[in-house]
Design a protein around this ligand. Sequence first.
Ligand code: 5GP
Ligand code: ZN
Length: 140
Amino acid sequence: MDCIFCQIRDGQIPSTRVYEDALTLAFMDINPVNEGHLLIISKTHAETIYDMSPPDLAAVSATAKKMAEAIRQALHSEGLNLYQANGAAASQVVPHFHLHLIPRWKGDGKGFDWKLVKGDPERIRVTAEKIRAQVPTERT
Ligand code: 5GP
Ligand code: ZN
């Protein structure tokens, strides 16, 4: 297995680790967008959200909450972006599921540069209908 994040998990390549539990690992990004930028991975290799088990995804989410609190306490960050890419079309570079936590400060000049353009309400409605048709119905 030549997955770089599996190798980080196994300590085969160095990383700056900040937290670990049974299902997840948090370590610093080597190319930080801002001070404190870290990544949370599932210990189980899964390429994208489509391959993740719901318990692994929930565990990443629980670790994100812990790390968010710790980052804010440690760095007095004013905001925090959570970012997670799935697939090359979404700019995923490392094919092992990871969630970015990126601390933000007012006026730091970082962030996405997509422009807000008002959508056609009818098209939005039709698209929502297509998605809604694929949502599994809850069993109670
Ligand atoms: P992606 O675009 O796949 O969401 O982001 C991959 C992230 O992994 C990038 O922010 C990149 O800096 C980070 N990264 C890539 N290789 C390594 C590595 O060997 N160690 C660490 N700590 N981060 C890495
Ligand atoms: Zn992996």
